[in-house]
Design a protein around this ligand. Structure first.
Ligand code: ADP
Ligand code: MG
Length: 589
């Protein structure tokens, strides 16, 4: 093995920049598969790792997501396998089940010209028996999470005797997830005569230790970030105050040309909140976090892949390694705390040589984090504006009008022509052009932007848009417009608010104050007198509530019921909403 040392390039300067896959020394069957997949130029990590691994060396590869690591180890791994031997010869460890399946699929796709080759993914949370059967049928490549691979070893359903190739994919993530000991055991169970490829986005001391202990004088390959495929991602940011993020997101999604988008949030709660807000606005969205069951998660990712779903709101853990070509936009709803996380996130777009955009929302106080990200990625982020309600409407009209040609082609318009002729005959004052504008507005489905003067301050512009009833970020639902209108009452200073939870639900004043100061972001001082009735309660909030707070609180649950906060209509006849009653009150709103 060591005889190859001098022949192995260990730094990028020795690799011809215009190397092709044909220069890497791969067997013809693998070259053919690569060409079927449409890969022509090897990525930086591939052009360095493939020759090193083919020559028998161990490697340590430091590379970000999206740099093409799977082929970098998958191709030499397949080249090392004896297809006539029905025994496990290569083991790939990955941090998650999703990643195990993805890597197994990718390796299988490299093996299309190798008929006898079987790749098996093994992971926790699914039954042992089918995995065991596939193993006994002679799978040669096993891709799995460390825990499940170890389980199979312990049960002797997986034997390492013939293993000659081991891969640790996303090693830093595996250690972060607490797999250090399992990884160690799996490596120790492998024969001494074997090759190991270790990949990691970062090189903390624990990974160095693993490399020192288990790898044999590895070739170190570091791919700089500029060389990663991330360069096909346009990186932008917008300054958005926290309370306007959801509205801003809806507008961004409304005008984005991307087929599909991923929205990253920091917490499980935020995933649910943002995801539900988008769904409520009629956007084809779903949310996942680390605690969503795997099968559910796979279903969602599959729907995203097939186009049944357009927007996925996810936490970092949940979206780890997700590889869906349709994703043309990544939105960082929250700026990640670590620049590394940022790089992982934006690697979800710009896949397979496509163009992508990564937009980060930063609050005014977070702008220093941007500089940190720019330093890490060595790229600068371009500031962009959140589209205004008018721009969203304009975009919707353009999209609608762009479809008219094809629709006209189809014809079958007689019914509509007649209806319009009748309508115009009955309403001689109506100008046909005006009518067309009205019908277009109805088809677009929003209320049309109110003329808003634009200030320099985005915050200012956004809040004005909220208060003037520019409803575009609200989606198409008329009842949202209703709520918006009630919001304008805030300016009139009416301070009583009504929530649809009361004595009957076991509401305690403390729980209501908790929701208002927690989810609502108010301070204790903002909350005045509280009166609790049978099925509702009234609360004084002298300073009023912004549309966003109302929005958030509308979905907040207290005593198990949605708050549905709204401005109280007052004790008018027929409304009866705020009449104190102690019996069952009328009409839960
Ligand atoms: P990583 O594991 O480094 O995140 P992947 O191996 O998942 O990266 O590859 C990222 C994407 O790039 C995949 O969609 C893959 O098919 C594609 N890809 C990898 N290598 C090449 C290449 N040489 N040419 C074109 N596309 C590639
Ligand atoms: Mg990978």
């Amino acid at each position: 093995m060591s005889s190859a040392l001098s022949a192995v390039p260990s730094d990028a300067s020795q690799i011809p920049a215009d190397a092709t896959f044909a220069d890497l020394g791969l067997p013809p069957a693998l070259e053919a598969a690569i060409s079927d997949l449409g890969f022509t130029i090897p990525s930086a990590i591939q052009s360095q790792a493939v020759p090193a691994l083919l020559s028998g060396r161990d490697i340590v590869g430091v590379a970000q997501t999206g740099t093409g690591k799977t082929a970098a180890f998958g191709l030499p791994l397949l080249a090392a396998i004896d297809y006539d031997l029905p025994a496990v010869q290569a083991v790939v460890l990955t941090p998650t089940r999703e990643l195990a399946m993805q890597v197994a699929d990718a390796i299988q796709s490299f093996a299309t010209h190798l008929p006898g080759l079987n790749v098996l993914a093994v992971y926790g949370g699914s039954p042992f028996l089918p995995q065991q059967r596939a193993l006994s049928r002679g799978a040669q490549v096993v891709v799995g999470t460390p825990g499940r691979v170890l389980d199979h070893l312990d049960r002797r359903t997986l034997k390492m005797d013939n293993v000659r190739f081991l891969v640790l994919d996303e090693a830093d993530e595996m250690l972060r997830m607490g797999f250090a000991e399992d990884v160690d055991k799996v490596l120790s169970a492998a024969p001494r005569e074997r090759q190991v490829a270790l990949f990691s986005a970062t090189m903390p001391p624990q990974i160095r230790r693993v490399a020192e202990q288990h790898l044999n004088r590895p070739v170190e390959i570091t791919v700089s970030r500029q060389a990663s495929t991330v360069t096909s991602v346009r990186q932008t940011y917008a300054v958005v105050p926290h309370r306007h993020k959801t509205g801003a997101l809806a507008r961004v999604l409304a005008v984005s040309p991307a087929d599909a988008a991923i929205v990253f949030v920091r917490t499980r709660g935020a995933a649910e909140e943002v995801g539900s807000a988008l769904i409520e606005r009629g956007i084809s969205a779903a949310y996942i976090s680390g605690d969503v069951a795997q099968t559910e998660r796979e279903k969602i990712v599959d729907r995203l892949r097939t186009g049944a779903l357009d927007v996925l709101v996810a936490t970092d853990v949940a979206a780890r390694g997700l590889d869906v070509d349709r994703i043309g936009l990544v939105v960082n709803f929250d700026v990640p705390r670590e620049p590394e996380t940022y790089v992982h996130r934006i690697g979800r777009t710009g896949r397979a040589g496509r163009e992508g955009e990564a937009l980060s929302f930063v609050t005014p106080s977070e702008q220093s984090r941007l500089r940190q990200i720019e330093r890490t990625t060595r790229q600068s982020l371009l500031q962009v504006d959140i589209p205004s309600p008018a721009e969203v409407s304009a975009h919707r009209v353009q999209t609608l009008l762009a479809r008219t040609g094809a629709r006209a082609e189809l014809d079958r318009l007689d019914l509509y022509r007649e209806a319009i002729a009748v309508h115009l005959a009955q309403n001689p004052d109506v100008d046909p052009f005006e009518l067309l504008a009205v019908v277009t507005a109805l088809a677009v489905g929003d209320e049309g932007p109110v003329a808003v003067q634009h200030g320099d301050d985005l915050d200012d512009a956004l809040s004005r848009a909220h208060l003037t009833g520019g409803s575009n970020d609200r989606g198409d639902r008329p009842e949202r417009g209703e709520r918006r209108r009630s919001d304008t009452h805030v300016a009139g200073g009416s301070p009583r608010w009504r929530v649809a939870v009361g004595h009957r639900d076991g509401l305690q004043p403390g729980a209501l104050v908790g929701a208002l100061t927690g989810e609502g972001g108010l301070t204790g001082k903002d909350v005045g007198k509280i009166d609790i009735f049978g099925s509702f309660a009234l609360v004084d909030i002298p300073a009023g509530l912004s549309a966003d707070v109302i929005d958030r609180l509308a979905r907040t649950r207290v005593a198990g019921r949605p708050l549905r906060i709204r401005l109280d209509a007052g004790p008018r006849p027929g409304h009866g909403a705020s009449r104190p009653t102690h019996g069952p009150a009328r009409g839960r709103s």
